[in-house]
Design a protein around this ligand. Sequence first.
Ligand code: IMP
Ligand code: MG
Length: 205
Amino acid sequence: MRARTDNAPEMRGNRLHDVSSAESVAPGASEDAREVGEVLVAADRLQHRVRELGEAISRDYAGRPLLLVGVLKGAVFFLSDLMRHIDIPVEVDFMAVASYGSATDSSGVVRILKDLDVAIEGRDVLIVEDIVDSGLTLQYLLRNLGSRNPASLEVCALLTKPDRRKVDLPTRYIGFEIPDRFVIGYGLDYAERHRNLPFVAVLER
Ligand code: IMP
Ligand code: MG
């Protein structure tokens, strides 16, 4: 069969970029961009580390079907990339929790907004989190899920801020240690925005 040379859809996509101008930018976009500060973890470093974590998890859990528990919403982006580097049988489920506190500080008082769809008794469970800050959210999740008698329960967090930790937690897999700055991107939000950035940057205020 002859190779397809008609690439009209791609060309249409390019033209769309060519016509971008001040009028075509959504209202609020420039204020949004001003909030993006210093890049702490560039996109290629993120992708490289996520691959390493996926490979380590595949080795460590070989022969043990794994359940990843993603914590909504921040972990979704990390989790979906991570899963694609796991080459053993793996399932995924999600929890949503709300932690009372200000926009940038959690209080440790955690409420379950959405619980798991599946029972985890006797299963190997790996909690996937975007970031461990004070550790209070994770402490609650470890206690709550631990009481359901899984075969094992571990944590994989993309980021950790050791200087902010209030409680000591067993975190088996960590992507990057970062300084005590409020960060956005790759799932992390400020007032629900910036999750779509492909890198992790400091919030500029
Ligand atoms: P912790 O309970 O204090 O450990 O807070 C955990 C949660 O707070 C994370 O899952 C994030 O949703 C949020 N969080 C903590 N630090 C940051 C940050 O720097 N940027 C965005 N969200 C953060
Ligand atoms: Mg979160």
